[in-house]
Design a protein. Structure first.
Length: 286
């Protein structure tokens, strides 16, 4: 089965903002995507629209599903984003953490990353990441986020300071208004510094797959999305230079997230081993 991986420049050119449209008015040649949160490394707002790993994943799905372009819309909350997919105002959202509650309302694709709740703080911290070390400490979180719920469960004595958006929470941490920031691993890692930051604990408090969601009645798009994600992971495993550049640009050793190639290969191998290998005509890097 051939794989078609678009150059990043082409993907960025196809990203356009979108106003909400009803399902009946939507053009079937357009893949309507909703962005839950504008956070690195999945999405970053640019003058042309968006860029990030979530954008590149959606570009693979666009091609596999035969759409001409991706149109993006942003929302003010995760609840609003979920509702957009449930009601058909949007076709898909990518970069969404899996929860059992959400899985009763939408269908998830294969995960293309793994997330979990961790803490970002100064490197000279005396907090070691254990629940006891958080007792009485103030931690900034995004209001009603999975991280806020996980932290309250694992460390009941922590003082959570909620913010309405990830941008507000990150600004409060960077300004020193809150000494510790709690959130998803990828987001925190993308905004950390190896020289001045500590990301704890080493193993997240709670882990979850990160994938895409579609309406429960859209099995065709779900199948196309799974094929696209499976091809992407297989091509990375096969050593395809273009795919490795695309993934590692956002997640790899030289990115702000800093995952090793072995780490990415291990994750993709695990996911493919419990589903199925998928044939790709990948050209290994030389």
């Amino acid at each position: 089965m051939p794989i078609r991986l678009a150059p990043i420049a082409v993907a960025a050119a196809l990203v356009t903002p979108m106003a909400w449209a009803t399902p009946a008015a939507a053009n079937s040649t357009t893949l309507r995507a909703v962005v839950f949160e504008d956070v690195k490394p999945l999405y970053q707002k640019t003058d042309a629209g968006y860029e990030g790993f979530g954008v590149d994943v959606l570009e693979q799905i666009r091609m596999q599903s035969g759409r001409r372009k991706v149109a993006y819309s942003s929302v003010n909350s995760v609840k609003e984003g979920l509702n957009a997919v449930i009601t058909g105002k949007a076709d898909i959202a990518c970069g969404v953490a899996f929860t059992w509650a959400r899985s009763t309302q939408v269908n998830y694709t294969l995960p293309f990353a793994i997330g979990g709740t961790r803490l970002l703080m100064a490197s000279d911290t005396k907090v070691d990441g254990t629940p006891d070390s958080l007792s009485g400490k103030t931690v900034g979180v995004v209001k009603d986020s999975p991280a806020s719920r996980v932290l309250k469960n694992v460390a009941p004595e922590v003082n959570l300071q909620p913010f309405n958006t990830p941008a507000e929470a990150l600004a409060a941490y960077n300004s020193g208004d809150v000494p510790i920031l709690g959130g998803g691993t990828l987001w925190l890692a993308a905004n950390s510094s190896k020289e001045t930051s500590a990301l704890l604990p080493f193993r997240p408090y709670g882990r979850s797959g990160i994938g895409c969601i579609v309406n429960q009645n859209n099995g065709k798009l779900l199948s196309k999305a799974n094929i696209a994600i499976g091809q992407m992971m297989q091509a990375y495993m096969d050593g395809d230079a273009g795919t490795r550049h695309m993934v590692e640009r956002w997640l790899g050793p030289e990115s702000s997230v800093g995952l090793t190639r072995i780490g990415i290969e291990s994750l993709y191998s695990l996911i493919l081993n419990v589903t199925a290998e998928i044939s790709t005509p990948a050209a290994p890097a030389r």
